[in-house]
Design a protein around this ligand. Structure first.
Ligand SMILES: [Zn+2]
Length: 265
């Protein structure tokens, strides 16, 4: 558990970079594709996941080495850029904490071995997806699609989280059922309710946890989403609720499926 938590701190620190840069890299890509001659007059952010090194987005000052230490960095810098005093979003220490606590929980639930490694990878992907969706209303294909195949791969290798046929059916049903909901909502309300990223995230969870986990996940996520919609009165991100419900299904496992069977039987 300690090892998993330590790895989680480091992964959380790396993922804060992914959450900040991946949506901006996607915008660069869209802009490149929309300028026909390819030599258009677009301003690219020039970011990749590896370069440039971490800096303050306001004054461009590089973050000092002690500011890059997970959790402690935020405290050492007292939550502000050392040069221009711009506040550092609370998302940074929060993601590191969630990745560490989530990984420790997976180690507790699955013990040492491949199932724990898979569960931890899924946990980190869900944290990244939830925070990208909260900030940018995006669930990047660059995360959902490889993770969908990774889940099916884990279940192909050993049926760690679901039997392979249940996982394949889960991926199909996750996409298919939400596609129907998306169409029905568009027809009834005349506007968009679910994004295509929500469909792919649900397919991903189905590929990892099997179709039996999906009714409980979608039900729980809808409760959360409806609650958030009532509080904010406006469009809300559904992805974080799917991610949270999916993670609970991962660690609560059989208890969740049991509750789902109880609710839907
Ligand atoms: Zn600064």
């Amino acid at each position: 558990m300690l090892l998993a938590a330590a790895a989680g701190l480091v992964a959380g620190s790396v993922l804060t970079v992914v959450v900040h840069r991946l949506p901006r890299m996607m915008e660069d890509e869209w802009r490149r594709e929309s300028t026909e001659d390819g030599a258009g007059h677009h301003a690219s952010s020039g970011l990749t996941l590896a370069t440039p090194r971490s800096h303050c987005p306001r004054c461009r000052q590089s973050i000092p080495w002690h500011g890059l230490i997970p959790l402690a960095g935020f405290a050492l810098l007292r939550g502000r850029c050392a040069r221009c005093r711009a506040p550092i979003p609370l998302r940074y220490p929060l993601m590191e904490l969630l990745c560490a606590a989530g990984a420790a929980m997976c180690a507790l639930r699955f013990g040492a071995g491949w199932p724990a490694a898979g569960a931890i990878a899924l946990t980190w992907a869900l944290v990244a997806l939830a925070f990208i969706d909260l900030e940018c209303r995006l669930l990047p294909d660059a995360i959902t699609l490889p993770m969908l195949w990774a889940g099916i791969g884990f279940n192909l290798a050993g049926g760690f989280f679901a039997a392979l046929p249940d996982a394949v059916l889960g991926a199909m049903a996750g996409y298919g059922v939400l596609w129907l909901v998306q169409r029905a909502y568009r027809r009834l309300r005349g506007r968009e309710g679910l994004g295509s990223g929500d469909l792919k995230l649900t397919a991903m969870l189905g590929g990892w946890l099997g179709w039996e986990a999906l009714p409980g996940i979608v039900f729980l996520a809808s409760l959360g989403g409806i609650g958030a919609g009532l509080v904010q009165r406006g469009p809300f991100a559904f992805g974080p609720w799917l991610a949270l419900a999916g993670w609970l299904a991962l660690v609560a496992g059989d208890a969740g499926a049991e509750a789902g069977r109880f609710l839907f039987s």
